[in-house]
Design a protein around this ligand. Structure first.
Ligand code: NAD
Length: 365
């Protein structure tokens, strides 16, 4: 099969990790007989420099015509002092809105080989950690009505959700749970918020269509606590935009390695999905061949699984990453306290070598 991928390398380490990841995709394509065609577009700081606009029309149009989009990261100190609408991060909001991707899927996966990097005690995460957070991305308080009163003594933001908005994200939560360990936890604040009570009503109305999934509810304050007390109790969490924003960052910190975490943003299936690592453009290590490409490579695995339905191919990338870690190879960010030992053993590698090791594993497995 042929697939067209819109590439947005972006700024900082973005171009390095995107280039490295495409090479892995090509290796998988060669093994299974798929062809990936890449069209590269500008977004973020580099787009501001070239066109004055963080998300040029050509970029959004090109992405919408692609089968899927891979994004590196945008932003950096050079553009930090620009006004709100002109900032590189506007490109992210514009892409999400323009591509109508209403669900953000963020796995918080702790690789057992990297458990030393986890800030929690071994007795809490000894059995590893594998949670999927499904966050609503285009509604709620970040998009609701906001304002200030005339004399500037009060301000408000509104949590606003319609039943169809709630239903489509809950269905994605149920479907994701069906593909995993069949447990879905709806995180909300239904003891206080009317909108949360509507989320529960909709969940009750559709849950019988997913009889194989066990549905539970948890208040968000409790969920924040449970994530550090006993994170393995969760399989899939589904939640609103703001709660998901906060909880997914908390969950990713628990895994201890920002350079390992992938994400997918999906719509109703009629358009392309958007795939990106959860980290930023890491300007402190840009252009030094130090960036860990694994989060972007694992985002490509999500692309193969969710956008192209290529399960075997996605599994192969994940197994290849595991093999490279099993063999002891590390980039600086995941070397942890063993940094000097790993360096002395010659197993400390940069972006280019790490992606080549994954390609070698893809070819071997
Ligand atoms: P960051 O994620 O870029 O970096 C945080 C720390 O993690 C840095 O020390 C960095 O070196 C390290 N790090 C991040 N990714 C790494 C990787 N793949 N390999 C090795 N180390 C890695 O966050 P920040 O410093 O807060 O933000 C830097 C810029 O990125 C800002 O302009 C910010 O707005 C932008 N940003 C963009 C996105 C995005 O494009 N989706 C997300 C977050 C931040």
């Amino acid at each position: 099969m042929n697939y067209t991928i819109g590439l947005i390398p972006g700024d900082g380490i973005g171009p390095d990790i995107v280039t490295a990841s495409c090479k892995v995709l090509d290796a998988v394509g060669a093994k299974f007989g798929h062809k990936f065609t890449y069209n590269t577009y500008l977004a973020g700081g580099c787009a501001i420099d070239a066109t004055g606009d963080p998300l040029p029309k050509e970029t959004l149009d090109g992405c919408l015509k692609s089968d899927a989009v891979l994004l590196g990261a945008v932003g950096g100190p050079k553009w930090d002092n620009l006004p709100g609408k002109k900032r590189p991060e506007q490109a992210l909001m514009g892409l999400r809105g323009g591509m109508k991707v209403f669900a953000n899927l963020r796995p918080a996966l702790m690789f057992k080989q990297l458990s030393a990097a986890c800030p929690l005690k071994n007795e809490i995460v000894g059995n590893g950690l594998d949670i999927l957070i499904v966050r609503e991305l285009t509604g709620g308080i970040y998009f609701g009505e906001r304002g200030r009163n005339a004399d500037n003594t009060a301000a408000w933001d509104t949590e606003h959700y319609t039943k169809p908005e709630i239903e489509r994200i809950l269905r994605l939560g149920f479907e994701s749970a069906q593909k995993r360990n069949k447990r879905l936890c709806l995180v909300d604040k239904a003891n206080i918020l009317e909108s949360s009570r509507m989320w529960r009503e909709v969940a009750v109305a559709i849950k019988d269509e997913y009889k194989d999934v066990e549905l539970s509810y948890m208040y968000v304050d409790n969920a924040a606590m449970q994530l550090v007390r006993n994170p393995s109790q969760f399989d899939v969490i589904v939640t609103s935009n703001m709660f998901g924003d906060i909880l997914s960052d908390e969950a990713s910190q628990i895994t201890g390695s920002i350079g390992m975490l992938a994400s997918a943003s999906l719509g109703d299936g009629s358009g392309p999905g958007l795939y990106e690592p959860i980290h930023g453009s890491a300007p402190d290590i840009a252009g030094q061949d130090k960036a860990n490409p694994l989060a972007t490579i694992l985002s490509c695995a999500m692309m193969l699984r969710y956008s192209f339905n290529l399960t075997k191919e996605a599994d192969l990338i994940e197994r290849a990453v595991n093999k490279v870690l099993d063999d002891g190879w590390r980039t600086g960010d995941i070397a942890g306290s063993d940094f000097d030992k790993i360096k002395a053993e010659g197993k400390l590698v940069g972006t280019v070598k790490m992606s080549q090791l994954v390609i070698d594993a893809v070819n071997q497995l």
